[in-house]
Every structure is written in C-alpha cells, then in structure tokens.
Design a protein around this ligand. Sequence first.
Ligand SMILES: [Zn+2]
Length: 456
Amino acid sequence: MKMREILLVAMALVVGNVSYGAQIVYPKSQNVTINSDKTFFVGNEQTDKVLKINGEIINLHPSGGFKHVVKLNPGLNTFVIDNGTEQKTFKITRPQPVVASNSVAVEPIIYENSVVISLSKDNVPLRSTPVDAGLNRLQHLPKGLEFDAIGEERGFYKVKLGRDGFGFISMDSAIKTDKNKTDYANIQCCTHQHGKNEKFLELFLDRQVPYSVTDIGTGLDISVYNVVNYMFQKYDDFIEGKPFGYSSYYNADGALIVSMKEFPKVNPQNPLRDIKITIDAGHGGSEAGAIGCLGTKEKDVNLKIAQNLRNKLENLGAKVFMTRDDDSYVGLNERVEKSNYFDADIFLSIHNNSLSDSMADRDATGTETYYFYPQSKELAKILAKSISDKTGFKNGGQRGQSFAVIRNTQSIAVLIEVGYMINPDDNSKLIDEDFQNKVTDGIIDGLERYLRQDDI
Ligand SMILES: [Zn+2]
C-alpha cells in the first residue's frame, strides 16, 4: 500500500465507524428479538450529519450522542438508519403476545399434618411473603435449622414462627425430614454486653432455632422463635441506639450473637478521620455494565469516580478499601465478603444507570441512590441531594432495593447511580474529569454531613 492508503486505513481503525456512519450501541445487533412494545436506538453520529430513522430526523446532542425511542409492533419491525451517505437496516422482532389461556392459578396447599423441614444450605432467606425477590427478607439463616412447615405456596414452604407467626422458605433451599414436629429451644441465659462503640446481645440456647433481627431506626428488634417458656413461643429483645451496621449469627458454642455498631462520635472539623469506607466500583473486566450513547463503558466511569473518591477520602484521613482498583472482574459475593472482613463502617457502590426497553420512553437523567436496610436510608437520602447540589444533576432521590452488595454487607451500605449512560447529556458529562470531581465533592460533602449529623 502507498503511504496515503496506509494512513487512511490507520485512521479508519482509530476512529472506528464514527466517521463512516452512525455508531449504534443499542440495539446490540442489526437482527434482534425484543419483547417489549417499545425500544430505543442509542448511539452517536457526527453533529454535521443529519441522521434519520425511517425518514424521521434523530435529535443529536451537541456531543453527537442520541437516544431515540421507537414503537414495536408484534412481529418483524424494520428500521433504516440513514446519515445521508450510508444506510444501516435493523430488523427487530417482537414476539407475538402470549394469550393467557387455561393457566390455572396455583392454590396454596395446606398439609394435614405439619412436616419438619431442614435448611439444606447456608444463608437461606426467611421471607415474609412467598416471592423470590424484593424487600421481603426477614433474616438469612444457617444450614440445618429446622422449621415446622404447614403447607406450600408458589414454590415456598409456609413455616411457623412461634405460635402465631408465619414465614416462607424456598422449597429448593430445604429438605423434608421424617419428623413431624421440630424440637423447641430453651433460652438458658441472656447477657447484654457493651464493647467499645459496639453493643452485644448474647443468647444461650440449647439448640438453634429461627430468629430475626429488624433495624427500626432507633435500635434493633430481636425475635427468637420456637422457644419454650415464653409467650407465643417467641422471645423478644431490643438493642437500643442508632445502628451503624450490625450482624447476627450463631457462634461455635451455639450462642446467638447480635452485635450492633454505635454511631461514631466524630470530630466535626474532620468527621471522616479513621472512618472505614469500602468503595465498590461496579462491574469490571468482562462485565462492562451499561454502554453509554457515546460508546462509554459504565465500568470505566465507575472506576474513575471510585479512584478519585479514594484519593480525596484518604487525604481526609479515612481508611479506604477498594473492591477493585483496575479493570478486573470481581464477583458480587467477593465484594461483600471482603468488605465485611475489612469491617467497613460505610460501603459505597458506584454505578451508572440504564433503562430497560419497556421504560425506553422515560426521560431518565440524574442521580438516584439505593439502600436495603432502614439504617442506610438516611445516608442514601443525603448523598442523592449532595451529589445533585454539587453537579447540577437532577436529584432522583433514594429508594429501597434488594441489590446483593447493599443487602449482604454488615455496614451502612448505599448504591449510587450517578447518572444515566444512555442519556446523551449525562454521558457527555460523566466522562469529563472536572465533572467526576464534582461528583466526588458531592459524595464527600454528603458523608461529612451524615457523620456530623447536620440538619438531620
Ligand atoms: Zn451498574
């Protein structure tokens, strides 16, 4: 090849398909099946081009990014994207809606005689409703724990909790035993201990029975079920104080331990000093997370913000643990286990958001925060506001959600969706270093307000 040709080929490789037609990051291929009545085209094009989809002009953001919503009819939908010099055809199949025919609602089964079930794995959720998702978890319980099951409902055993209460255990997490009544426990003695910044409750039981620990904001409510010599076969206790992380478990001697960290007394001048913080940059390695309209990978933005935040926190005297500090894949359990081992006070998971096809027409932008335990709601609320105040992003508020990283951590835990990758304006800001700095200034400001308990 002549020099000029080599140069042209090299240029084409560097700029990719941006200069030779629009880059479409979503849908992921030109022939896809999407089971929704709408979807969107997300991508970018040079701003001097006029980009049309089936003849309709697509609005380009000054960055070149776009998100364009289209309706999908049942069957094959064809979309031609045209930038004046090149055309790309997308064939999107929407499956025919399935007509709910003779599907019979599954009625709950009530056993004639109760059956004893035994948990077949560790960390099994005891739920308040027979649904395998959401905020209905009462407690995670260890392998071998027994319940009296009185029936079945939607793939769950309905189990007795004390004389009058009920819960649900997934049928694939327990086995039926040949007993028909579980043994109840004697609570032999109970002690409350007060450690440094920590309160303990220690209950001595002659066998392991179901229990639940509920954070009610002003303390922890503890219920132990299937015990003898207590009203309704249920023992109740309480640890008073504002929880700052807690854990509960049966120790090697069979005692039930509930430990609660107390809210730290901080120096208002320097509230972050010695506070242990886990920063969890979402996704990584083979898992890119959401793809922005500019082709930006969520995992890269998450890591940039996480590293910037780490530097600022360390300068303020905080002790920081990063669940990842490069572009590597780390599983959700590993993130949680390492943070619990680090004994973090606060766990912050950094993410950026996307939308599902069915919500494609939502005008999604700005910051949302998520918490699982009530103890984390206050920080989630403060962070959504403090990030919004510093960045000018819309404050999308805080929501309860059952994400694994904020559910299984024993600390105050908040997941931050800083902005929307598929929103052209959000995407163009999120890749800007000055903007990332504002995001982390907002997080620092929120953490300091929270630790000082300013205007709360
Ligand atoms: Zn994410």
